[in-house]
Design a protein around this ligand. Structure first.
Ligand code: AQP
Length: 329
């Protein structure tokens, strides 16, 4: 039987190359393999302060980039999380089946709040993994393609689903995280020990950067003093990151990328070749993005997707309500 895949992106900032390699680039492939659901996690975006107009624009951007990357809305589902109220409703139920200790151990929560005072941290960032679990469980998802940073949240979803199933009988499908072999964690170009991230955009390559800027960012990416192009994330994190980017976009292994550059002893030449590959791929993506935005094709995709998502989500929610003892409407 075909598997169900689910992927979400938070409209917290401008999409970057890490989001492209981690998620968008794989859309066509997973679409061939199973039933795919893609969404814009706008409820999640409120976990950190954001201006309403920025949230709106970021959401439209993500919809357009999903479509530009090859999402076929007649085959797959694309929707906005806030337009399918079943997510919030299931969240209200399932928050009672995870424990404070479990949520406190989430590394993303610890990272994002490390420098913040407890009085200015919204509760939503703490409970974020519960809503993420609801996103997954509503659609009977088997596979959740994610970057490495999200694996812990999928593990927690498994714990929650298993706990609920044990208590009330078979209700949820237990999902599995699927992480890219190459490109599971693209790092910042200015500090390659840190993840490329929307909320810490220093060192990001944005998908909407013009190609000249992208080239400039790659040519000035932090490297090291040597001249060997080898994969060694501990001692050569900058070079290793650029090799990973090159390998991901060329659809080859890191070993093959290293082999390709084995006789290259000038970082400038290496970076130029990486920049060529990135600019070629992102250039094509931007052309499609512009076309979709101008023609407002995303509006039709979101409308069709919302209706399909609601049907699926409502079925699961009804099942859950019955199991916990709510009286049928
Ligand atoms: N640097 C990355 N390398 C590989 N994959 C990445 N992803 C994010 N950054 C990288 C993957 O992109 C998907 C969507 O991410 P998200 O929007 O849900 O949030 P995130 O993982 O927290 O990404 P950001 O950019 O770091 O956002 P902020 O700063 O708002 O938290 C996910 O599958 C993610 O793994």
């Amino acid at each position: 039987m075909a598997k169900n895949y689910l992927t979400g992106i938070k409209p917290t900032g401008k999409l970057h190359l890490g989001n492209y390699i981690g998620v968008l680039k794989n859309i066509k492939k997973i679409q061939e393999e199973g039933n795919c659901i893609f969404f814009i996690a706008d409820l999640h975006a409120l976990t950190l302060p954001i201006e309403p107009e920025t949230l709106k624009q970021n959401s439209i951007d993500i919809a357009c980039f999903y479509l530009a990357a090859g999402l076929d809305y007649n085959k797959s589902i694309l929707f906005l999380q806030s337009q399918v109220s079943e997510h919030a409703e299931l969240n209200a139920i399932l928050q009672n089946y995870l424990y404070m200790g479990e949520l406190s151990r989430m590394t993303q929560f610890k990272d994002k709040t490390a420098k913040t005072n407890n009085n200015s941290i919204g509760v939503g960032i703490f409970t974020y993994p519960i809503l993420m679990a609801c996103d997954i469980l509503l659609y009977n998802c088997n596979v959740v393609p994610v970057g490495e940073d999200q694996v812990q949240h999928v593990e927690l979803t498994r714990t929650l689903a298993t706990r609920f199933n044990n208590r009330y009988g078979e209700t949820f499908v237990i999902p599995t995280a699927q992480v890219n072999k190459v490109g599971k964690r693209i790092m910042s170009l200015s500090d390659p020990t840190k993840k490329m991230s929307k909320s810490d955009p220093k060192g990001d390559i944005f998908l909407k950067d013009d190609l000249k800027t992208i080239r400039k960012k790659i040519m000035s990416a932090v490297t090291d003093l040597g001249d060997e192009v080898i994969y060694d994330p501990i001692n050569k994190p900058g070079i290793s990151n650029l090799l990973t980017i090159y390998a991901s976009l060329k659809d080859i292994s890191v070993e093959e990328a290293c082999n390709h550059f084995k006789d290259c002893h000038r970082y400038g030449d290496f970076k130029k070749e990486v920049a060529d590959v990135v600019c070629e791929e992102i250039g094509k993506l931007q052309e499609r993005y512009n076309f979709i935005l101008e023609n407002k094709e995303y509006l039709k995709a979101l409308e069709i997707g919302k209706n399909k998502a609601k049907l699926l989500a409502n079925k699961t929610l009804k099942r859950v309500k019955k199991k916990v003892g709510f009286i049928d409407e």
